[in-house]
Design a protein. Sequence first.
Length: 195
Amino acid sequence: PSSKNDYEAYGMAVLSRFPIYDSGTIRDNDYGINRISYVDIKKQDTLIRIYNIHLRSFALQNEDKEFIQNLSNNNESDNSRTRKLSRKLKNAFELRSEQAHSLKKHMNECQYPYIAVGDFNDTPMSYSVNLIGDRLYNAFKEKGNGWGVTHHALLPIFQIDYIFASQKFQVMNYQIVKQKLSDHYPVWSDLRLKP
């Protein structure tokens, strides 16, 4: 799928060596660059859906990040900045939850084996990640190891990028590539369709 905007210089894409049969975007909660798209690829006689996911971020600005980093060093509280930051966090959690519900509904209606991959902007304990990952294979849990850190910017202790697969797949391996190509480490997994 493709979409055009006049304000960003980057976006989302699915590259496939197999023919792309269909594509689309889940428009229920499309927030600019934070969206969910999908492609149906044809491998031999089997259609496979791939969901490409970028859930709503916290939209933290540099001043927010500096405030968070300096919280432990600052004995004085800044109630207005704390409230502003709290509203941003609450808003992002709510919007991700809406996106997760739209995606889960779409996945439940999917007739094909499917894979859900991308930047979920949330931790493994979050509501959104657990809702989306319910009854799916989590490639990291199946074949990964360690903490699974995929984000190395502000607080470099989080896994926020995931590869989930429907029960029709077998996870063969999983790896986090420790190269700083962006604020996220790339992740990859080999998945095999079960016979």
